[in-house]
Ligand binder design. Structure first.
Ligand SMILES: [Zn+2]
Length: 539
């Protein structure tokens, strides 16, 4: 009923709700004035309308007219199990009272973009049959989408959730777009995302709960800000998990999460603890340039390895405030994963290192990543890992890392053969003093080669007998000599090596040279052997 009499005819009335909104109130008569503007009953922006409004809404529903663009809902409304056969358009509508869409079927899709919900709407078990934009929607008192099913794209771009947002057990059949959305309360997304899930630049001021969420396609949280606890425990990322540049203001729980595609935390900020225990990385785990202020925990289990065969960890240039709070338990890793990060104080326990002591395959892997000067970087990383091992009394492991470091440097020049370099000889003789068995073999080799040579060169057959002074003048030394038999040569070689100056003396210059070399090299090699054995057990 018109409030005040008017001269206008009904058809001449033009609602002041705005050009776009008017499509929803064609044929509606003038109802009331508000702040100088004239409205129909549907668009009249005030609580003071009841029976007239209810009638107008019911009339539209009876006509299967679901165009409620800009409508101002003052009273409770129930669409419980309602079947919307056409597109439900609530664009820019205002809900100032409870609205119940639970178990409703919006089979042709709906439009809730820029819709204002001043009271928590109930979308429990609602089916969205087609694309449903909620972009720029404002939920001022929470949002309930528990068990909602979006069969097509769900677009919540730039939506504002002032209360708690519940999307638990929701099913997103199409892309789920939450980029630039803001969540002031808790955000609960223990949901299933069949297509792309986009939370880029979303802001979570409360708890972000994605526990046990299933992301079947790419899940991105690039530049997202999570101010309170973030829970991704048990979440499954079947494709790319993009958390690049994300900021985690409080604890982050990725325990038991599974990353099938690349897990990208590049340049991310972890202001408190980050828990990756019992997680599983099947591809790259990229933490390059990330910042860690609290604990960072990686732990696997014997049956469930943290890092799969084809996975890798990248901590390149990560900023770690408390390195002693970074821990790796029961994991298999490559030493080159610790390039460009200071691993000296990391807590390694029950860590199995791949390519134990072999630098070459590690360098190849670094080259695959287009790393500049891989040899030097690997050498530095290995020395730091060696320091860590020594500090924690794992001497055998320390020895492997030291050898690897020197190997990496050796491989940089002449494809590993730098005859003129002392380090090359050191590597050959004892594996840089880290391989006792190699040192032992070289020692035996020296002994055998010398023995073989003694069977080829001349030794004094007789010593002149000096009876008187005159005999010295005429006495003839044996300067041609005769070679030794192999058995004799062998014991002779042992004698020389142990500095016993055995008989007979070498007769020729060549023989003297061989004896001289063995006299010098033998004890040096024996010392290298002793050193290598010692380094297996202590510094
Ligand atoms: Zn109107």
């Amino acid at each position: 009923m018109p409030d005040s009499p008017t001269a206008e005819t009904e058809s001449a009335f033009v609602c002041d709700s705005g050009e776009e909104m008017r499509s929803a109130c064609v044929g509606e008569p003038f109802y009331k004035e508000h702040e100088g503007k004239r409205y129909c009953v549907l668009h009249f922006p005030s609580q003071e309308k009841s029976a007239d409004f209810q009638k107008a809404v019911q009339r539209k529903l009876d006509n299967k007219d679901f165009n409620f663009q800009g409508v101002w809902f003052s009273d409770e409304l129930s669409f419980f199990r309602f079947d919307f056969t056409g597109i439900a358009n609530f664009n820019s509508a205002t809900f100032n009272a409870e609205v119940d869409f639970s178990s409703a079927v919006l089979r042709a899709g709906a439009n809730f973009s820029s819709t204002l919900f001043n009271v928590e709407p109930d979308f429990t078990g609602t089916t969205f049959g087609a694309e449903t934009p909620f972009s720029f929607a404002i939920f001022n008192a929470g949002a309930n989408f528990i068990q909602a099913a979006f069969t097509s794209k769900a677009d919540f771009t730039s939506a504002t959730f002032s209360g708690d947002a519940y999307f638990s057990q929701a099913k997103f059949g199409g892309a789920a777009k939450f980029s630039f959305a803001t969540f002031s309360g808790g955000a609960h997304f223990n949901a299933n995302f069949s297509a792309e899930a986009d939370f880029d630049q979303a802001v979570f001021s409360g708890e972000a709960n994605f526990g046990d969420a299933v992301f079947e396609s790419n899940a991105t949280f690039m530049w997202a800000k999570i101010g309170a606890e973030a829970c991704f425990s048990g979440a499954v990322f079947s494709a790319w998990a993009g958390f690049g540049d994300a900021i985690f203001g409080a604890e982050v729980d990725f325990s038991n999460a599974s990353f099938v595609g690349n897990a990208d935390f590049f340049n991310g900020t972890f202001k408190e603890d980050a828990d990756f225990r019992r997680a599983s990385f099947k591809a790259k785990a990229n933490f390059a340039r990330a910042t860690f202020s609290g604990y960072l925990k990686f732990a696997g289990e014997k049956e469930e390895p943290l890092f799969g065969d084809k996975s890798s960890l990248d901590l390149d240039s990560a900023r770690i405030e408390k390195p002693e709070h970074v821990s790796f338990h029961t994991v298999t890793m490559h030493p080159h994963w610790f390039v460009n990060v200071d691993a000296r104080e990391f807590d390694f326990s029950n860590v199995h290192w791949k390519n134990d002591g072999k630098a070459k395959p590690e360098i190849e892997l670094l080259k695959e990543d287009d790393m500049a000067s891989p040899h030097r970087l690997l050498a530095i990383a290995c020395r730091k890992l060696a320091a860590n091992s020594e500090e924690n009394d794992r001497y055998r492991e320390a020895s492997h890392f030291r050898r690897m470091a020197m190997d990496a440097e050796r491989l940089e020049t002449w494809r590993g053969f730098g005859f003129l370099r002392l380090s090359w000889w050191y590597w050959l003789a004892s594996g840089y003093g880290e391989r006792p068995f190699q040192a032992f073999l070289v020692l035996i080799g020296l002994l055998l080669i010398s023995a073989v040579l003694y069977t080829q060169v001349g030794f004094v057959r007789w010593e002149p007998k000096l009876a008187s002074e005159s005999d010295v003048v005429i006495a003839k030394r044996d300067d041609v000599g005769a070679p030794l038999k192999f058995n004799r040569a062998l014991t002779y070689s042992v004698g020389v090596m142990t500095l016993q100056k055995p008989e007979p003396r070498p007769a020729t210059t060549v023989a003297q040279t061989v004896v001289l070399f063995e006299t010098i090299l033998g004890p040096v090699q024996a010392a290298l052997l002793a050193l290598a054995i010692r380094r297996k057990f202590m510094r």
